[in-house]
Design a protein around this ligand. Structure first.
Ligand SMILES: [Zn+2]
Length: 402
């Protein structure tokens, strides 16, 4: 059996030392996660599955109910004696405000602990950082007043580099914004804690907590967001791998070939992003109509729609791009050997049309037989980055206390 040997780093020992409550905190999180993953479930079942004392489970459930995290949903069938009360995660109460900033639109949403959306507001993203700060702080403050709750926290997902120590945005290439202090401004205005992360990392976290069962149970997987750019998030040993300075996963700049159809956000044409982004699909589609105005100004979603209705050029542009999506994924598999690779973004709406091309490119790319990596489209729906923003808060509530 594989023995896990984790080194103890003395610089971090202060936060890892076992306090009198450590065992109780760990058990509390385990019970909470049983309710989350196995609901409806009774106290007795949790005690049986965990080998915790029945009285310990009951007292933990009491505290979770008091904290508004768990609720009774009536009685189940009895195996003799009193019928057990079943539990589930408490829905309907505001827990997270997610801010999902993308190059085109920004969405602010309120979610409960189960990830259900209670309120959403979408507006166009402006290139003006000051204006966006005002908009976001104003809207978040309004929602905080509408849903007053001491436990409410904010999660922000954006297409850029963030500093996890200061909570600041270091750089958003799409807008050339540097040192954007949005997290600090929200906390100053509302008093709420803010967690901020790169969109690809936020999606990785969302897959870990809200993805398909197969992905949630995988300890090592990679998410690939195909959008205006290409971003990847790495989950390693059950947590998002950030690298030394927090900017790991920048595989969008991995060299996959020369002369991509569009420039990458870094300006280069050799990057994965230059070959595999939505913009690359649009450019390939346009080049199939050379000299004709038919394809000028066309939107990515329109091309996906045309492909689904069988238009040959749209299918061709998507498949040529899918080949490059696959080439990049094959490089990730060769280097990191994940259990799964999850693709998200609008391109997955045409997944049935492009999946074979992606798989073929991966097979060719890995050259030798490696352990079979599952390659799948995300189950997070049309706005995975919004689920990501919300997950930044929800994951904190459910994650390990140790
Ligand atoms: Zn690049």
């Amino acid at each position: 059996m594989l023995v896990e040997m984790k080194r103890i780093y003395l610089q971090k020992a202060k936060s890892q030392i076992a306090r009198p409550n450590t065992i109780r905190d760990i058990n509390r999180q385990i019970v909470l996660n049983y309710v989350r993953d196995r609901a409806p479930i009774s106290r007795a079942e949790i005690a049986r599955e965990t080998n915790l004392q029945r009285s310990t489970v009951s007292s933990i459930v009491d505290s979770l109910e008091k904290a508004g995290l768990v609720e009774d949903i009536g009685t189940g069938t009895s195996t003799g004696g009193r019928k057990p009360t079943l539990l589930r995660i408490k829905g309907g109460s505001p827990v997270a405000i997610g801010v999902d900033l993308t190059p085109r639109t920004t969405t602010i949403a309120v979610a409960d602990l189960a990830g259900n959306l209670l309120d959403t507001d979408t507006f166009p993203t402006s290139q003006d950082a000051g204006f966006m700060s005002e908009q976001i702080v104003g809207k978040v403050s309004k929602l905080a007043k509408k849903y007053p709750d001491d436990d409410l926290e904010v999660g922000i997902s954006l297409p850029g580099v963030t500093d996890q120590d200061t909570g600041n945005v270091v750089y958003i290439p799409y807008f050339r914004w540097r040192d954007w202090d949005i997290a600090q401004r929200i906390t100053e205005a509302t008093g709420m804690p803010v967690t901020i992360d790169n969109d690809a990392n936020a999606i990785a976290l969302a897959e870990l907590w809200f993805g398909r069962e197969k992905i949630r149970s995988a300890r090592n997987f990679i998410t690939v967001l195909v959008a205006e750019g290409v971003g990847t998030g790495i989950v390693f040993d059950g947590q998002v791998y950030r690298g030394d300075k927090g900017d790991a996963g920048e595989f969008g700049h991995m060299i996959v070939g020369e002369a991509g159809p569009v420039p990458c956000s870094c300006g280069g044409r050799s990057c994965w992003e230059a070959h595999a982004s939505n913009a690359a699909v649009i450019e390939r589609y346009r080049s199939l109509f050379e000299g004709s105005a038919a394809a000028s100004g066309i939107e990515f979603k329109t091309i996906v729609g045309l492909a689904k209705s069988g238009e040959e050029q749209a299918v061709q542009a998507l498949n040529e791009t899918a080949k490059y999506v696959g080439i990049g994924i094959s490089n990730l598999i060769v280097g990191l050997s994940p259990q799964a690779v999850v693709v998200s973004g609008s391109i997955t709406e045409a997944w049935s049309l492009i999946a074979d091309e992606v798989h073929d490119a991966v097979e060719k790319g890995i050259r030798r037989r490696l352990a079979k990596t599952v390659i799948t489209a995300s189950s997070l729906g049309g706005r995975p980055t919004l689920t990501g923003a919300i997950s930044l808060v929800l994951a904190k509530k459910f994650s390990s206390a140790s």
